[in-house]
Design a protein around this ligand. Sequence first.
Ligand SMILES: [Zn+2]
Length: 216
Amino acid sequence: MDKCEATIVGGKTRAIITVNANAIPTRKRFSLSHEIGHWHHHRGKILYCAPGDIGNPGIADALNPERQANDFASDLILPTFLFKPLALKLKKPTLPLVREIAQEFQASLTATYLKLVATDLFPLVVVCHGQTGRRWFRAAPSIPGWWFPRAELDADSLAFDMVFKNAPERSYASKIGAAAWFEFRNSDRFEILEQSFHLPNSEVLTVLTLPGDAMS
Ligand SMILES: [Zn+2]
């Protein structure tokens, strides 16, 4: 299982799925669901899935098998018909509230935010940074493309302090000028909310809540 987070070896009617026993429970659940996704979409193949493939939101190509397996896993762990009613009750998508939903579904906070972004109920952009810059981001489908996050963290952002100085997470979202996160013309006219949490490997995921009228 070196360099491999999970595998599926299957025939026509049966398969054996193996997942990394050292992973945390939410990760094991996601890996298992990812492999079931391969069973659904790519039956008959032997697949060795790397840690960087399982749950990687940075795979842009919707036809990539790893992306298909991740989308399947998201739908299995966070089914829309159960998730959406809870999301509709959220007044604000703050970390403590979304963390409660994540625990209810035994999903990671990242997977839960990605699902929330996909529901298009809130003007959200989630963006992941490490010390060498932006890793990936996802925006709610109704948000216009010019809300494209900067590659580098602004030194005024709390996320900067979290990535480079290991500052702790805050329980509330802070206001910040949109120009700190977006570089389109007149971005300085907008104010947004920023809240971040730590991920493994010194990465930080930031949840940006845009003004309500940012959604077209
Ligand atoms: Zn895979």
